[in-house]
Design a protein around this ligand. Sequence first.
Ligand SMILES: [Zn+2]
Length: 525
Amino acid sequence: MHYFLYARKSTDVEDKQVLSIEAQLVELRALAKQEGLEIAEEFVEKQSAKMPGRPFFNAMLARIQKGEAQGIICWKIDRLARNPVDGGQIQWLLQNRTITHIQTNDRGYFSADNVLMMSVEFGMANQYIRDLSVNTARGLRQKARQGIYPGQAPLGYLNDPLTKTIAVDRKKSKIIRAAYELYAENGSRLEDVSGFLFENGIYTKATKRWKDSGNRPLKKDQAKLILTNPFYYGHFRYGGEMYEGTHTPIVSKELFDKVQKVSALRGRSQRATKQAQALCGLLKCGECGCSITAETQKGHIYYRCTKKKGSCSQPFVREEILDSQLSELLSKFHLPPHWAAELNRMADRDEKEIAHTTGASVHEMRANIAALDGKIARLTDLFVEQDIERDEYLSRKRELMSEKKSVQERILLLERNGALWLEPMRAWLKDASMLEEIAKSQNNPSKKSSLQKIFGSNLILHTREARGVPQNQWFSLAAAKENHSETDLISSLVPGVGLEPTRPCGQSILSRPRKPFRHPGVHLL
Ligand SMILES: [Zn+2]
């Protein structure tokens, strides 16, 4: 026995089944497979059924009358007949056994069925609004499967009513990304993020009940919602499931992950800090190892040991004195412009060399993605076979998809710039070139963050003096500046031909092998 599959997209304005044809086809093919029905041909109608005269419907009925098929598969009986003429025709064909079976999503209609019941069903088709909610939900699921978030676009995006897709809001997306960057630096609290958004025109709107409630910074949990929404890197949750979106991400997965890490750390210790001074948290006491904090006395700011571990004999130091010491420290690590130019030139040369060796890594990562896809597919099978619970399925799927996104992003990065380590290298050159300027400025937050890059957490305050052991390349740079004239610095700082970081150097000014330039979050592959 043969069946014709019939799908119809409504063009009725009130029927919002944007995707119904494709959705209907997907579900009907699955239905046919499940019921073991053989589809001879598919008919897709784009016209509304309210008026008689549908070309594909008529062609289908003509072929049924010729005996080419004896059954119809359609989503709902209302897909077949939404006017009395069509309804009567179908009923007649069913009654005289030209059609013996109509299978819809939820039930089957047979020649032996009560004609009256059938009429009632067809009559009800006219009240199809009753079904609209079911149909809309199906349309939305289908939309999600296609990677289009079926709802109100989050802040930073816009719903495009013409294409029914989600577009980037050029202005706000930049603000959102900046908020992520701000928080990722781990110097800001959620309140600061809200404040930042507020300054950039993103705030609460007045509600009906509270006319005065609008135009305020977002609440902490609202800011947190923004900072934890996977939508911004390209995925989205819908009906508990995670989907890969087709919308343009506005933050990288790497940045998103960084923000989650910071959030997890801060979540535990979000205590209200007393007015923090700019340099707090930068130094440790050289005697007892406690952190150095600030205190205001008679209009002056003093830095001192917190003495949390007990007795400690270290004295206070005035902010002005500490500040000038830190500025002096910073200028020791300043990279003179013509050294920076030379190092950049060498980096360019290495970049070219490395570009053609990256192919292999990319290939490997693609295999990794294929493996992850395989895992996701197997996981879905397990779930369908009811071997695992829905919660476990969802959480494992989320993990796999998150991992896949990370690998995809690394491929992109690698393809864009074959030598990943060159990015941190160039960032370092830029940082190091700006130190003189920062040292001379009154910008304490910049000083603090530069010093943290140079010393990590190794900076101590001992007998009113700040000092420490710099990390990695900073160590090399300072040593080179002390021992060499500006002209022969390059040869001592960079032995051999290139800058490739993993190469140990014997004749350099360093007594230990030079460590690779590392950058958090960037993996050398
Ligand atoms: Zn101390």
